[in-house]
Design a protein around this ligand. Structure first.
Ligand SMILES: [Zn+2]
Length: 151
């Protein structure tokens, strides 16, 4: 990323750099370790996770509120329960899992999984979806209240 374009392309043609392999192993290790903690200790009943600072300050739900509780439910394969905590987390989980699998592939094989071409318009669209989700989940009226974290 920080390299000049021609060096980056030449390095990519032969696989990834050693530093990127180590970085990928570290990222996968951190995510897997954090997932084990979230799997074992339910954020809905454990106090050591702390509170969302945005929610604590404003009383409103940020787009990420409920993500840990949703992740706990997803790790236990309770998809419906996960939706009640954060629908965006559930919808983005397959893409995040693919990104993690690609990181694992870099760490193990030195090559990422096939990359998708993501047009800039789609990225702006996702950003808008997050903003709309953020707005709608703070409307205390059915059906928008379904988007707020349960509990
Ligand atoms: Zn939050």
């Amino acid at each position: 990323m920080g390299l000049p374009q021609n060096i980056s392309v030449a390095g990519r043609a032969q696989g990834v750099f050693a530093g990127e392999r180590f970085q990928s192993v570290a990222i996968v290790g951190i995510v897997v370790s954090a997932s084990i903690v979230v799997f074992l200790f339910d954020p809905a009943t454990s106090s050591f996770y702390g509170k969302c600072p945005f929610h604590w300050l404003t009383g409103l739900h940020c787009p990420g509120c409920g993500t840990l509780r949703a992740s706990h439910q997803l790790l236990h394969l309770n998809v419906a329960a996960a939706f009640r905590f954060n629908a965006l987390t559930v919808l983005s989980a397959p893409f995040l899992m693919y990104a993690l699998a690609s990181r694992a592939s870099i760490g193990l094989r030195g090559k990422p999984l096939p990359a998708w071409f993501v047009p800039a318009r789609l990225i702006w669209g996702l950003f808008m979806i997050i903003l709309v989700f953020w707005f709608l989940r703070n409307i205390p009226q059915y059906p928008f209240s379904l988007l707020a974290p349960a509990g």
